[in-house]
Design a protein around this ligand. Structure first.
Ligand code: NZQ
Ligand code: ZN
Length: 385
């Protein structure tokens, strides 16, 4: 097992009715910026619950953080925080609102042009405005990690950043909030979390036995509850296991001491930047092709996955190949289309565009062995057409 440090200071407050604790979680006397998205929190009553539980606090509201949050929008919140001397931010929403708030938090006291946080992928280790979250969409794990992804509208770039100062101080995760989610978002959540586990699990054999077993446990739970929770989000057993699986998939735990890949995400982000495809759906498009193109590198782990998750039998090669098919089947069960041409007519420029971008950024070798070269990226994207 590789050496590691596990640091996760987020106070995760999980369960039905936990939003009642909000007033005791926000620092006493804080002036709060309440940040939210396109307004779903007004329709499902979460906004009211937040206000009811923050009596006595001074609150300034900032709405309109879009899915795949834009740098340009977030900079407006940065100005408000400076003008109005805000000292705490509360993100109420899904991954986009939480990620947006991470950027705002980092940008307020940033010395220089905040766009550098994204374009130079700077690590934010200090000087972040403290923030908490009320999660409304299980998917990204952003509620318990220190990473985020923000889109620069002007350049059509979707860029990841993070740092130890960007963990939420607390996150309230009440599984009952998922009842108002559209089916498409529930499906997205399951597939995003599933792929997060795969990015950290489907590499090469190592001696992080426990990490593998925890990862497999999350995959099995998502396979068990995923299709059902989409049909019945009001079932608390399904909703709570779904939400907890999503958090556990990307709160850092299963990544410790083991190699990880993340190339599916890096390529997927480009498809969102180019075509506006939902994050999770870009992963369902790219992952199967990536596993096929990287079969030689990933064969042993694919075989382990095939045996332990799908009870497959045969030679290593047969199980590995079948495991990829089973993964695609699961994505289809979860309502995903797995080909780029299902989403856009304009698909055939994608491979060259992405390769050029990666080349400009100096990303010449992605994946757990840095052997996903630009040539391989091209094959992966073309195979996903
Ligand atoms: O904006 P509102 O009106 O709130 O509506 C949202 C949005 O339209 C709606 N929604 C959220 N909660 C709801 C609800 N509708 C009804 N009822 C509720 N309870 O859902 C829509 C999608 O929301 P969004 O936050 O965009 O979805 P998600 O949580 O999937 O976040 C996706 C973003 O997170 C990034 C993605 O790249 C993408 O930008 N990721 C962040 C990661 C991280 N920080 O660790 C890792 C991930 O891999 C991912 O890259
Ligand atoms: Zn993701």
């Amino acid at each position: 097992m590789l050496n590691f440090e596990l640091y996760n200071p987020t106070n995760l407050v999980f369960g039905k009715g936990q939003i009642e604790k909000l007033g005791s979680l926000v620092p006493k006397g804080a002036k709060i910026l309440l940040a939210y998205g396109g307004g779903s929190i007004f329709k499902n009553g979460i906004h009211q619950q937040v206000i009811d539980n923050l009596k006595g606090f001074e609150i300034v509201e900032f709405g309109g953080i879009e899915p795949n949050p834009h740098f340009e929008t977030l900079m407006k919140a940065v100005a408000i925080i400076k003008e109005q001397k805000i000292d705490f931010i509360l993100a109420v929403g899904g991954g986009s609102v939480i990620d947006g708030v991470k950027f705002i938090s980092a940008a307020v006291d940033f010395d220089g042009n905040p766009i550098d946080i994204l374009q130079k992928r700077l690590l934010i280790k200090e000087n972040a405005v403290p923030f908490g979250t009320v999660l409304t969409l299980p998917a990204t794990g952003s509620e318990m990690n220190s990473g985020a992804v923000v889109t620069i509208e002007a350049t059509q770039e979707k860029l990841a950043f993070g740092g130890s100062a960007l963990f939420p101080k607390f996150s309230i995760c009440d599984p009952t909030v998922i009842v108002s989610l559209p089916k498409r978002q529930l499906q997205n959540g399951v597939v995003d979390a599933y792929t997060h586990v795969m990015e950290q699990y489907l590499t090469y054999p190592h001696d992080g036995y426990l990490q593998d077993r925890i990862a497999e446990g999350i995959l099995q739970t998502l396979i068990e509850v995923g299709p059902k929770v989409v049909e019945n989000p009001g079932d608390y057993a399904l909703a709570s296991n779904f939400m907890w699986s999503c958090t556990m998939a990307l709160n850092g735990l299963i990544q410790k001491g083991v190699p990880s890949d993340w190339a599916t995400h890096m390529i997927g982000h480009e498809l969102t930047a180019l075509y506006g495809i939902d994050h999770a759906r870009t992963l369902a498009i790219i992952a199967p092709s990536l596993y096929k193109v990287m079969l030689e590198t990933k064969k042993q782990k694919l075989a382990q996955y095939g045996k332990r998750i799908f009870n497959l039998e045969g030679t290593e090669e047969e199980i590995a190949t079948k495991a990829i098919e089973k993964t695609v089947e699961f994505f289809h069960t979860m309502g995903m289309n797995t080909k780029l041409s299902d989403y856009t007519q304009d698909y055939d420029k994608a491979a060259d565009f992405i390769v050029k971008r990666f080349d400009q950024r100096g990303w010449k070798g992605l994946g757990e062995k840095q052997n996903i070269t630009l040539e391989k990226v091209k094959s992966i994207v073309e195979m996903s057409y």
